[in-house]
Design a binder for this molecule. Structure first.
Ligand code: DAK
Length: 262
């Protein structure tokens, strides 16, 4: 499948997806959802890929939300289908067995913020702006915003953002825990790549186990989460990466992780 609304490339075992509708501030339409789905399937099937970065093309936006021009004429059923497809896409993104970083180069609004929250973590340019402005359009978040945002920043902060529709700065987003780090705009890409390369050098099995255990354990009680951790730990122990990592430590050399289970 060739893509019109995203740019997909792989550099040094790191996959990069750029939302590519800069004239519409990278707003998400049905084609974006379908192309993203296809690209994520490719990434999941490619064992050589060790991390993914999502970012926006152009200098203004990561993603300024779902495409208002297409949503305007939606019937309730079309709205439901679009929302379901959006949810499925973000669950697919969340379940990817490699780390995913959102590199937020500008506006992350509505569906854009919802997409960023389905990544493992986010870095932002100091000029980026965040919000769930759907309320200003007479609608509400539809790609998981009410759910992921309240889990990330707490119920009352999430309600404030979703009910007022106001935009917040990158610094405020960092203080709330929406983004991990804020960089000067010109340094954002390089800093993000640096971390992606660091992640790509780690054991693939243990990265996957950490991601799965935190994601699945998050909504459980502590004891259930700890049982899940024991299972993840056992899976690591079955891996070549664990033998390589601990062997390299004892032999005083750098590990060379292959990421295979056997
Ligand atoms: N959709 C479509 N076009 C958009 C857009 C969007 N979300 N955001 C910007 N654009 C377009 C503008 O219309 C404009 O197009 P032209 O007029 O040049 O043709 C171009 O991008 C540049 O935008 P501006 O001229 O407005 O640029 P400014 O710098 O002046 O303003 C802005 C930037 C980000 C403050 C402003 O564009 C803005 O407020 N944009 C809308 C942001 C927004 O409301 N986002 C939330 C969208 S609603 C659901 C699933 C998902 C969702 C909901 C339901 N289910 C199906 C149930 C999610 C909903 C949303 O995300």
């Amino acid at each position: 499948m060739s893509y019109e609304t995203i740019i997909y490339e792989v550099k040094e075992n790191i996959a990069i997806i750029r939302f590519n509708r800069p004239k519409a501030l990278n707003a998400i339409n049905g084609t974006v959802v379908a192309e993203m789905k296809d690209a994520l399937e490719k990434i999941a099937a490619d064992k050589s890929i060790r991390a993914l970065i999502l970012t926006g093309e152009g200098d203004k936006a990561f993603v300024a939300g779902a495409d208002i021009a297409i949503m305007k004429d939606f019937t309730p059923l079309q709205g439901k289908v679009f929302s379901e497809q959006g949810h499925e896409l973000l669950f697919q993104l969340e379940a990817l067995p490699i780390p995913v970083i959102a590199c937020i180069n500008g506006f992350a609004l509505g569906g854009g913020l919802e997409t960023a929250m389905a990544c493992d973590f986010a870095y932002a340019a100091d000029s980026a702006q965040f919000g769930q402005p759907e309320i200003n359009l007479g609608i509400m978040p539809g790609f998981g915003g009410t759910q992921r945002l309240s889990r990330l920043i707490g119920k009352s902060m999430a309600k404030e953002l979703c009910m007022t529709g106001v935009m917040i700065s990158a610094r405020e987003a960092k203080d709330m825990g929406i983004v991990n780090k804020v960089f000067p705009k010109e340094a954002l890409w390089e800093e993000t790549m640096k971390v992606a390369k660091l992640l790509a050098s780690k054991g693939k099995v243990s990265l996957r186990a950490v991601k799965d255990t935190i994601n699945r354990g998050y909504d459980q009680d502590l004891r259930t989460g700890c049982y899940m951790e024991s299972d993840g730990f056992a899976m690591c122990m079955a891996s070549e990466d664990a033998r390589e990592g601990m062997g390299a430590f004892l032999e005083k050399r750098r590990p060379d992780f292959k990421g295979e289970l056997t």
